[in-house]
Structures are given as C-alpha cells and as structure tokens.
Design a protein around this ligand. Structure first.
Ligand SMILES: *Cc1c(COP(=O)(O)O)cnc(C)c1O
Length: 387
C-alpha cells in the first residue's frame, strides 16, 4: 500500500467522523414512545429491582429464544459464571473456550473457580470446531463454551455430538448472537444453557449493564435465580438456602429491553441487508470478509486486510470509525497466559488482520458506499494514481 493515498492535508488528531462505528441513538429513537411509557410506569411504581417488569422480560426472552426459562442477571459475564456454578463446575474442572473471544468468556470461567483451557479456531470461520477442541479434552474437562462470534454460529450438531460423546456440558456464550439461528433454531437453545449480554452495544442493548441465562433445565434456572439474589429460597426472602451474591437485573433495564425487543427482528434484518450491500461493494481483492452464515445476527462486520493497523489509520483519516474484535487473543493477555499450552496459530494470525467495519441498523447506502470506496481505494493504490 502506498502512503500517497492517505490525504496528507487532513490533520491527525481532530478528524471529523463521517461514518460512525455504531449509532445507538437512532435505535433509541425508534422506540421513543415506548420508552416514555417505561419511564412513567417506573416512576409511578418505584419498583426498581425485580418485580413484574423483570418477570415480563424474562418470559419474553425465553419465548424469543425458544427455551423454557430465562433468568435476568446483571451482565453477560455473571451469566457465564452463574451457569457454571449452577452446574457444579468449579475448582479442579477445566472449561474449553476459544482463544479469540471477548475476555469475559474466560473471566466467567475463572470467577466460577474453574480453569479455562483456550483452543484454536477454524482459520476461515474463526469459530471452534471438534478438530480444534479435541486435543484439549482431558479427564478434568467439564464443559465447552462455544462463542457465536460476530453473530456467527459454530456447527452446533458437531459440537453437540462431541459434547455427548465426551460427556461435557455444552454452554453457549451468545452475547453477540441475539436472534442468530442455526438449522432454524435460535442461538441459546442448543446447549444445557446459554448466556446473553445486553450491554448497550449488543444487537439488543439495555441502558446500562444487563444479562440473562436461558435454559430448558428448570433446576438450573432455579439455582441461577437463587444465586443471583443472595441465595434466597423461592419460598421465602428470609431463607438463604445457599451462598449466593447479588447479580440481579433491575426493572429499568428489563423494561427498556421489553420496549426494544419487538424491533430486534427488524434491526437484524437491516443489518443483513447492509451486509449484502457490503458484499457487493467491497471489490478489492485484498479485502477478505469473514463469512457470515445465513442465520447470523450480523453483530459485527469483520474483514481481514493486510497491514491492518495502517489501513485502520487511513480509514480514520478519511472519517471512518472502525474497531478490532479483538487485537490480542485471550491466551496472550498477561493473566491468562498459563491457560494455553500451545501456540494457537489461527487465532494469532487472525488477530493481526481483522478489522471491524461500521455496521448498525440505520446505516445509509451513502455510508456503506463511503466505507467501501475508501477501503477499495486504500487497498488499490494503483487505481487512485490514474489521471
Ligand atoms: C459482551 C460479551 C460478553 C460479556 O458481557 P458483559 O455484559 O459485558 O459482561 C461475554 N462474551 C462475549 C463474546 C461478549 O461479546
């Protein structure tokens, strides 16, 4: 790539953003009326933690995911920890997680007292497969946590078969997969349980931190519910039948999520249409898109480019915001180094090449064209010199 394509007259620190990475405000505006009603109801009832708003969202979320139960919790990381604790997985147990995920997947395992074991991923899909998991399975392995990375679902039949054969719990980290499907079934409905995050930037986001556990196992749901609420027994708030903690979902977040949920399908559809346009317009052979299956929730639009940091800087100067999910694989983060025994080449190579392009439901055609034209231009300098 020639440095000459970067316009030198644009000052480095204060570039105006023409294409933002995301736009949460427009999604909020889509449900402005519903949100007014939420606020009125909340201030009128002063029911701030738990109560009917939480129960209502839990019911809606379990219906949406096609699971028997949903338990609202404080965030997606706690959801992972609480599932593991609820299954009795802890000290002495190993849990297999992909190396190229948000750190919270492994953090939740450690918070439960168990040991994460990082494995590599398929070099194309960047998702775990039976082949990448198999070498890490040993007599201490208790569970596998596949991550629906960027909204893309791993081969759930293969993973289910492997989990059954090795007698391992299959737990989905579905924090990036609200509405993803695989074989017609929703992400979150494949394993013994799944964790969701409703962090504001996720496909379904709250006005703060929020999360949920979904499962068909009512015993597990009861234990997660109790643990997340100080170990309270369902029968009496004064009886603490186990040592729990506070990881409750508050009523404001639950009501905001209920107000936004009816729009999720529409927003995911918009993301899909935007991705179709991206696929059409990203002409440069040097841009390789991470393939999204048809059931993806299209959480992130990740491409692989040579000389990534330079491309990212060139886009920044052209007013285009990007992200990297994630520049340092988990097993290379200092406190996590002991949890991988071997180099994990596919995850390590991808980390140097991946770049997340703007993707949000209200992105306009002009936005997409700007991103694609800029990227094609940066990666095909010979064309820009013509004339
Ligand atoms: C966002 C995210 C989490 C953590 O969720 P929080 O609500 O921020 O705790 C876990 N795993 C993945 C893959 C995520 O993207």
């Amino acid at each position: 790539m020639s440095a000459g394509v970067i316009p030198r007259d644009r000052a480095l620190p204060d570039v105006t953003v023409d294409v933002p990475f995301s736009d949460l405000g427009s999604m909020t505006a889509d449900v402005a009326e519903e949100l007014e009603a939420v606020w009125k109801r909340l201030t009128a009832t002063s029911s701030f933690v738990g109560g009917s708003a939480v129960e209502r969202f839990e019911h809606q979320w379990s219906q949406y995911c096609g699971t028997a139960q949903a338990v609202g919790v404080a965030n997606g990381t706690d959801a992972i920890e609480l599932i593991l604790r609820g299954l009795g997985i802890g000290p002495g147990d190993e849990v297999i997680v992909p190396a190229n995920t948000f750190i919270a997947t492994a953090e939740g395992v450690l918070m439960a007292g168990a040991t994460p074991r990082f494995v590599d991923v398929d070099p194309e899909s960047l998702l775990i497969t039976p082949e990448t998991i198999d070498p890490a399975v040993n007599e201490r392995t208790a569970a596998i946590i596949p991550v629906h990375l960027y909204g893309n679902t791993p081969h759930m039949d293969d993973l289910g078969r492997l989990a059954r054969a090795k007698r391992l719990a299959l737990i989905e980290d579905a924090a990036q997969a609200h509405g993803s499907t695989w074989g017609g079934k929703k992400a979150g409905s494949f394993g013994i349980a799944a964790s969701f995050s409703f962090y504001p930037g996720k496909n379904l986001g709250a006005f703060g931190d929020a999360g949920a556990v979904v499962t068909n196992d009512s015993g597990l749901a009861d234990r997660v519910r109790s643990m997340s609420n100080h170990g309270r027994s369902p029968a009496s708030g004064h009886v603490h039948s186990l040592v729990g903690r506070n990881s409750r979902l508050d009523a404001l977040q639950a009501a905001v999520l209920s107000a936004k949920l009816p729009m999720l399908g529409f927003w995911n559809g918009a993301r899909r249409a935007i991705m179709r346009t991206y696929t059409r317009l990203l002409g440069s052979a040097a841009v390789q898109m991470v393939q999204q299956g048809t059931g993806s929730a299209y959480h992130l639009n990740v491409v692989r480019v040579p000389d990534r940091d330079r491309v990212r800087e060139a886009l920044r100067r052209m007013g285009i915001e990007t992200g990297i999910h994630y520049p340092i694989p988990c097993h290379l983060q200092m406190p996590y180094r002991e949890f991988a025994s071997d180099p994990l080449p596919a995850a390590e190579t991808a980390a140097k090449q991946i770049l997340s392009l703007p993707l949000f439901p209200h992105m306009t055609h002009a936005h997409i064209e700007r991103v694609c034209d800029s990227l094609n231009e940066i990666l095909q300098p010979e064309r820009t010199h013509v004339g």
